[in-house]
Design a protein around this ligand. Sequence first.
Ligand code: PLP
Length: 624
Amino acid sequence: ADLYHIREWGVGYFDISDSGDVVVTPLRNNKDISVNLPEIIAGIQARGYDMPVLLRIEDILDSQITHMHESFRTAIRTFDYKGEFKGVFPIKVNQQKQVIEAITNIGTQYHHGLEAGSKAELIAALSFLKDKEACLVCNGYKDREFIDLGLYACKMGYKCFFVLEMPSELDLILERSSALGIRPLIGVRFKLSTQAGGHWTESAGDRSIFGLSTSQIIEVIEKLKSLEMLDCLQLLHYHLGSQISNIRDIRASVQEACQVYAGLVKEGAAMGYFDLGGGLAVDYDGSHTNYMNSRNYSLEEYCADVIEAIMEILDVDKISHPNIITESGRATVAYYSILLFNIFDTNTFDPEPLPETLAQGTPEIVENIMEVLTSLNLRNIQECYNDALYYRDQARQMFKLGKISLRERSLVEKIFWNIIHAVGDNIKHLKFVPKDLTGIDIALCDTYYANFSVFQSLPDSWAIGHIFPVMPIHRLDEMPTRNAILADITCDCDGKIDRFIDRQGIRRALRLHKPRKDEDYILGVFLVGAYQETLGDLHNLLGDTNVVSIRVNPDGSYTFVREIEGDSVADVLSYVEYSPKRMTRRFRATAEEAVREDLISPQERRMIMTMYEEGLRGYPYFEK
Ligand code: PLP
């Protein structure tokens, strides 16, 4: 059985080989070109990169962009839609240079453009976007510098749209446009009243921070009309939010925004571009439902629904079909990155062996709790559970008052965990599990210590409880026998993953294999290409992980196309204003003092200093 549902969320990119390894098929339909993930990892390790590693598979990015354009093209042909599809990638979803470079390279054949939400993003966009047929959409708050750069981009032939987020932006755009003598391409962001459920959907609704209300849009029209500049108003933009799971919400938002589009055309604006923003969801749990980690539609349905909804509204008034822009970020890049890490230790709560008989003079409390264990059966589970809790708490109290010894308290705790295990085993045979006892298996599950930082590499998992698919990338021909949660290496109680995907909702523990001595047990967190890389932080001074990008060759081999070494300890310390050079100097002086005080020898000082300096150059993560 597909225990981890990889065939559902993997959408053809990820699967399991007969030998139990995760395989990657970057062209999805072409199963002949597949690579084995553990082999790639062996290659990464042979090149000297330690875990954790962020692996990017660039061909998956090609496939996603191609799939999106081909799906829109098919829908356009099917419905005889007269406009074109013009995708743009929102830089904020993954700003890494490699990503923008790869998207602009691959995207040229489809005129895939970029969306910039800040001055820095516009500057980055202009350094990569060469295709003048592609759109460059400027969202976000725009100051004079931002506007001047965008205007010159227009003069250079770029389709660079300024989308008004606030009414006041228009005056500055008009002032700079007249000062530089360049006519702007203007868009308006409409504040939708349609709202969808989920984490990332506050971008819509009356109280959303961004966008113009209908009366503010009318003011924009009036101003442009008075200046005879309605030909500059060419685009309507809205953004319902990210990860919109329900196709009905998408359709409803297109309908509402399309009525605004029609209104703008009737007011005399030139128009021609209808920009739906982002929102195309990723099916992280593979359930194909409108649950927030999923989506209840395919890309083909999304394209067809968008086109059909636009035509339904605009054809009534015989308004020309606009070019459709989407700013899909998550769906474009999520699949192409995998976070890989090893498990460096485990902690199990297996029952520990107990003495066959209790020694003479054992305190009564120990005898009492032992009695609970020996009398436990299917009929008295709840009662035994209550008694075990009572005696355990009483023993702790007695220990505080010095009435039982450390050894006696430890024996009580051991007996207690034996009882909990016996309760856990017994409730499997019950038809109805008492409320108190549900989730007892979670209390008994193992902790697997994982070599990565949630805060650095999966910030959405910590900040908003987002669930990504996690699974071992090998030994999948073997039944896993343990239930575990994952603790990261930050020693922060929030630094863990204890919610996993499941068809029935959420699973509180992950089925894992028992790690073998002398063999790395490696897990992958999949679908992490969107938002995670730049939202991550330096909690516990764990910096950027090593990053390796590969491309798969037509013969099924693969090439390492890029390698980026992760931060060293010195790098992360310098981010928080330390100077590694000065630190070394100071520590050298401290070590010299220790020599003077005869605590260490000069040879030991030399060895300690070498260790210190190597530590600064090293990887902040757990090294073997
Ligand atoms: N466009 C705008 C204006 C956004 O704010 C966002 C992100 O929320 C996006 C596009 C990308 O959305 P998604 O990643 O859901 O495609």
